[in-house]
Design a protein around this ligand. Sequence first.
Ligand SMILES: [Mg+2]
Length: 322
Amino acid sequence: MALGEFELIDRFFRPAGAERPDVVLGIGDDGALLRPPPGFDLVAVTDMLNEGVHFPVGCAPESIGHRALAVNLSDVAAMGGTPAWALLALALPSSDEAWLAGFGAGFARLARAHDVALVGGDTTRGPLSVTVQVLGFVPQGQGLRRSGGQPGDVLFVSGWPGEAAAGLALELRGQGRDTAMETRLRQRFLFPTPRLELGRALLGVASACLDVSDGLLGDLGKLAAASGCGALLELEDLPLSAELLAHAGGARATELALAGGDDYELCFAVPPGRLAAWEALRSASGFVAQRIGRLQPGHGVELRRAGVPERFAHRGFDHFPH
Ligand SMILES: [Mg+2]
């Protein structure tokens, strides 16, 4: 690369993120020295994004920087954690300075918004690929897991699943004159919002939680399986946004919400005895989350609409057909 590794990190990534007093030694040595607070467990997550697999070829660098961090913050949120530190490994076909500036800006804006310090990085030449690792904290012994649910626990999903998948389809269609509605859907793919405040609020309230990255239906199945039970999903309660319904129509909107992916919403279970606490929390904090069903004995996800069983042909979505 034209720029040396340290120069590149210094120029584009050292300012990328928050300053934190618990960073004893940041970027520039062989490793970072970090001081976790006493009384907390460390939450460690990592996620890799490859061009043409996790984002379209030619995707805006600001979006790639944002998403590379956001998908990790979403995993921290699913554990009920508070993020603190991030490490970044970047493979680049060339040191394109405009691209790096955009990527750094997208990454930095989200990092600062959540008080995350970038404490290490590596860059190499290769096909465009971004791997981020985030470390955070959760009060000792309290981290949320997928496995704590019981039959009878009520299931919720945050936000508006399906919008990001509709936005990705617009991205793949290319740039055009978007309506305001299309712009909103596109932004939901390009700049997902990790639900960190909600995840923290669910500590001591949710019995099981995960983030929806691969489609609600499949991810809910993972939560149910980890909890050793099945799930009932009531389709009439699926939160479909007015924008998604207007854009895609009811049937397609339902498909996108069930199987579209890239939502980065939280799906969680609340035991009946904690529902009042959750409702109080929700109305006090204004969290957007919809009741969508409940855990039940058995296995797999059962779909019903107004009590009538329904089948969903999981066709899957090949986002990047070859
Ligand atoms: Mg996850």
